[in-house]
Design a protein around this ligand. Structure first.
Ligand SMILES: *Cc1c(COP(=O)(O)O)cnc(C)c1O
Length: 403
């Protein structure tokens, strides 16, 4: 590759993940050979891949109960249903997140209330207090968007004090922690995704974890257990289901053995994958440090993050100049996502685009949102690739900053 800073082009693919490990492929083939793909279709004495995965995910997160489901978005909706959130009820969530989060709130007929974002890309705790007081909301769906974790001790202090239940959206924090507590384990419920672009890859899939037996029982019934809940290895005792089995509707969203088989192998490797992501993240971070006009997000020391994507800010840049940076980087093979773009593009949208929610105005957050630049770091990128990305972004940002 040409190391000349002004002509170098990047040729990596930002949406190409690693192949599924051979051991996982073999496990998947064994499931297909058995013909038993449905999670409750098990032979005598067989636990099944899904129940085993749930047991292993509960152990990984330290949760008492774990449920594997069809998607991360399903887990979020299931969490709201398990909490018996009512139509028309306000549910707080981040202004900076992705569409499945307000979508889950809308799916139960509840009203998304957006809470602002700080320059550290976490939920604004002052605005959270204001919105709790203004709306009387009893639920916060907290999105650890792009893996940035807010001071969870401060957040839980506020929410516990106000009687607000916290559902954590850990789509970008599976494998992360705050002060040693795994992400998803501060709130009442943690939700995760195993979709291809997250940290373990089953194409689709998700998890819900909790220590609350009633919520766990309702979530299992909701996910479509029928009366087969005793087959769960990470669920509450049958007596708990006796209380809720006639009053909890079935909203099918189960995981299957095929996905579970490939996830079990990947879960065992998650911590070492996290180390690989973070090594790449640090190369990019060091390469961009000191770039004129570019603000890095300094990661708090209590946060153990997963650097599967990278963000920086172009604060106070005019839209036209940001568009020029995106275009110039694109020309050199570097796909930057701009969260401030007025129109939703691909996976990226901003809160004004979710027009099923009541219009809301967050001027402080708008200033931050319109400056957020985002880049994916799949593990198919080498450390050298990350150094190249940094050189290209730095040269284009510095050139256009002066222009
Ligand atoms: C991907 C994602 C989800 C939902 O996960 P799916 O498995 O795609 O339904 C939720 N929140 C965020 C922030 C996400 O990026």
């Amino acid at each position: 590759m040409n190391a000349n800073e002004s002509t170098e082009v990047f040729t990596g693919n930002f949406t190409q993940q690693e192949p599924i490990p051979e051991e996982a492929i073999e496990a998947a083939v064994a499931v297909m050979r058995s013909g038993r793909l449905h999670r409750y279709n098990t032979a005598a004495g067989e636990a099944g891949e899904v129940a085993l995965l749930e047991k292993e995910f509960a152990a990984y997160t330290g949760a008492t109960y774990a449920l594997a489901v069809a998607s991360g978005g399903y887990a979020l909706g299931c969490a709201l249903r398990a909490l018996e959130v009512q139509p028309g009820e306000p549910v707080l969530t981040n202004a900076f997140t992705l569409a499945p989060v307000p979508g889950a709130i809308a799916s139960v007929g509840a009203k998304p209330v957006f809470v602002g974002v700080t320059e550290g890309l976490v939920i604004d705790l002052d605005d959270l207090q204001v919105k709790i007081a203004e709306t009387g909301a009893k639920v916060l769906m907290l999105s650890h968007m792009r893996g940035h974790i807010v001071d969870m001790d401060a957040l839980m202090y506020i929410c516990n004090g106000a009687g607000v239940a916290v559902i954590e959206d850990c789509a970008h924090t599976m494998g992360a922690s705050w002060e040693g507590v795994p992400s998803g384990r501060h709130g009442l419920i943690g939700c995760y995704s195993t979709q291809t672009y997250k940290h373990i890859n089953a194409g689709e899939g998700g998890f819900l974890v909790t220590d609350d037996e009633d919520i766990a029982a309702r979530a299992i019934m909701l996910s479509g257990s029928y009366m087969l809940y005793p087959k769960h290895l990470a669920g509450p005792a049958p007596e708990v289901f006796e209380k809720i089995k006639y009053t909890t509707p079935n909203v099918s969203g189960r995981m299957d053995h095929l996905r579970a088989a490939i996830l079990r192998v990947q879960l065992r490797a998650l911590d070492s994958q996290v180390d690989k992501w973070n090594a790449r993240y640090r190369v990019l971070e060091e390469g961009l440090r000191g770039t004129a006009g570019l603000t890095l997000i300094e990661r708090p020391q209590q946060e153990h993050y997963v650097g599967s994507s990278f963000q920086f800010l172009l604060l106070e840049w005019p839209d036209a100049k940001i568009e020029a940076v995106v275009a110039a980087c694109m020309k050199r093979g570097v796909e930057l996502k701009w969260f401030g773009a007025p129109e939703p593009v691909a996976f990226t949208s901003r809160y004004e685009s979710w027009r099923y929610a009541e219009p809301q105005s967050l001027p402080e957050s708008d200033r931050v949102l319109r400056s957020i630049m985002d880049i994916r770091l799949p593990l198919t990128f080498s450390l050298e690739d990350c150094a190249t990305l940094a050189r290209i972004i730095r040269s284009e940002v510095e050139r256009l900053h002066l222009a």
